[in-house]
Design a protein around this ligand. Structure first.
Ligand code: ISJ
Length: 159
């Protein structure tokens, strides 16, 4: 489990867009330009988080489908095709294809980890009559229906 997933409560309002180790060390005009560019970077980062969250919502649906039909977590031929396509897209966008491939592989390995957890919690739930649950960081377990409902409210989704 990553450190960030242990955080009690994170608020975007706590973010200081002007936080910098350079404050006072560079000319005000340079600092102003830096902060202006950084505000675009902050928007991109927020968009990336939303995009990733939507992608994980979709892959979670795939994981549940696979668990229900006892299909393997990974699909190597699909991954090969995706990587091939992403490298070509990266090239046309002037992005390093090797970076694009590393990034996709990083995400896919997390997805596969989630799918394995979903599959395990489905098998365990089927054996015990409980509810299969997987937390945001991919930990799979079984809960009784009441506990599962409470977990849902705190960000843990019963499947
Ligand atoms: C999401 C899937 O499961 C895995 C994860 C993939 C992904 O994150 O894109 C692709 C292939 C699978 O290894 C899938 O089979 O579509």
């Amino acid at each position: 489990m990553s450190e960030s997933s242990h955080a009690q409560h994170l608020s975007v309002d706590d973010f200081d867009p002007a936080a910098s180790s350079l404050t006072g060390a560079v000319e005000p005009a340079v600092m102003a330009e830096l902060l202006s560019i950084r505000s675009s970077i902050d928007n991109f980062d927020a968009t990336l988080v939303y995009l990733l969250a939507e992608r994980f919502k979709a892959t979670q649906r795939v994981g549940i489908l696979k668990a229900k039909h006892r299909l393997p977590a990974g699909d190597p031929n699909r991954e090969k095709a995706q990587i091939h396509r992403l490298r070509a897209l990266a090239e046309s966008a002037n992005l390093d294809p090797a970076f694009a491939e590393k990034f996709l592989n990083f995400i896919i390995s997390e997805v596969i980890h989630h799918h394995q957890a979903i599959s395990q919690s489905h098998s365990a739930a089927a054996a015990t009559g409980g509810v299969p649950v997987v937390s945001l960081d991919g930990q799979g377990f079984v809960a009784d229906p009441q506990t599962a409902a409470r977990m849902d409210a705190s960000g843990t989704a019963p499947q």
